[in-house]
Design a protein around this ligand. Structure first.
Ligand SMILES: C[S@@+](CC[C@H](N)C(=O)[O-])C[C@H]1O[C@@H](n2cnc3c(N)ncnc32)[C@H](O)[C@@H]1O
Length: 283
């Protein structure tokens, strides 16, 4: 049975480190997000929803895709991220973006009212995945798209192998799972969409080799920094051991001869059946 996390339980927290991490993450995922939006047939004037958008998410890209006549809603339950997003969009003059502070499982938004309902990297954190996709499907209008982007850590590795990579990845996975996360959720996305009644489900997977200086090169270290207190409190590692591994891995990743293979990014989308529409031709 799925367990519901409380609002304060988001395993990576709402800290300044997490804000910096999410901004950098949004920048590095921009090209893949643009590719996905290009597949979804968004029109100017569309009404779209980004579920669990964080302080940025793909909101600026959605705002560009639907234009000033469109409507972008960012749904986020972490109050600090909502405030940060509002400040950023007012600074950028994006008048077609509205933030809604609510839990995605009980948002109060109108069912059947969106042309696109999207999430990125929310499913990986949330124990109630089946419920979330069902909720997203309910919010989509008949014929509209539900799109999911999430990771699968099956590929995440460094070469040469390093004991501190192995130790920190292990402790990260354990802490993440204890908070209800699933670091291998990517492979489940197509089935989650089909189980929610979506049809014509398509998927793409990408994987990168982040080079020295790129944000995702040191992603494991920044994730560990975000959950540091939880790791120490759980007794999985004490402060000294954690710091020893962090320092050793920092050195290993700075070596240009170390190869890092990133997590898989799964992008999956499907359509809500529209009983009135004629069958859609496959591309
Ligand atoms: C890893 S971040 C991803 C943020 C953004 N989608 C992106 O790709 O940059 C996950 C976000 O989902 C939000 N979140 C998690 N569970 C949620 C829920 N039940 N309702 C609304 N937001 C949620 C978290 O607060 C966090 O901002």
């Amino acid at each position: 049975m799925e367990r519901r996390l409380e609002a304060t339980e988001y395993v990576l927290g709402g800290s300044e480190e997490e804000l910096i991490r999410l901004r950098a993450q949004a920048a590095e995922h921009e090209a893949t997000a643009r590719w996905l939006l290009g597949q979804l047939g968004l029109r100017k004037g569309s009404r779209v929803l980004d579920v669990g958008c964080g302080p940025v998410g793909i909101l600026p890209l959605l705002a560009e895709a639907v234009g000033p006549s469109g409507q972008v809603i960012g749904l986020e339950r972490e109050p600090r991220f909502v405030q940060m997003a509002r400040a950023e969009f007012s600074r950028l003059g994006l008048t077609n973006v509205t933030m809604v502070e609510a839990d995605a499982l009980a948002s109060g938004l109108e069912d059947g009212s969106f042309d696109l309902v999207h999430e990125r990297l929310v499913m990986v954190n949330l124990p109630e995945r089946t419920k979330l996709v069902a909720k997203m499907a309910a919010l989509a209008a008949p014929g509209a798209v539900v799109a999911l982007q999430d990771i699968d850590n099956v590929s995440w590795a460094c070469e040469p192998e390093h004991e501190s990579w192995a130790a920190l990845l292990h402790v990260f996975h354990d802490t993440f799972r204890a908070g209800g996360g699933d670091p291998f959720v990517g492979r489940r996305l197509p089935a989650l969409l089909r189980e929610a009644g979506l049809v014509d489900v398509r998927c793409r997977v990408t994987v990168d080799l982040p080079r020295p200086g790129e944000y995702r090169r040191a992603h494991l270290l920044s994730l560990i920094a975000s959950i540091r207190e939880k790791v120490i409190a759980s007794g999985a590692m004490d402060e000294a051991e954690l710091e020893r591994h962090q320092a050793a891995l920092t050195g290993h990743l700075a070596d240009p001869n170390t190869l890092v293979i990133d997590k898989l990014l799964m992008q999956c989308w499907g359509h809500k059946p529209n009983p009135r529409a004629r069958p859609r031709p496959r591309k």
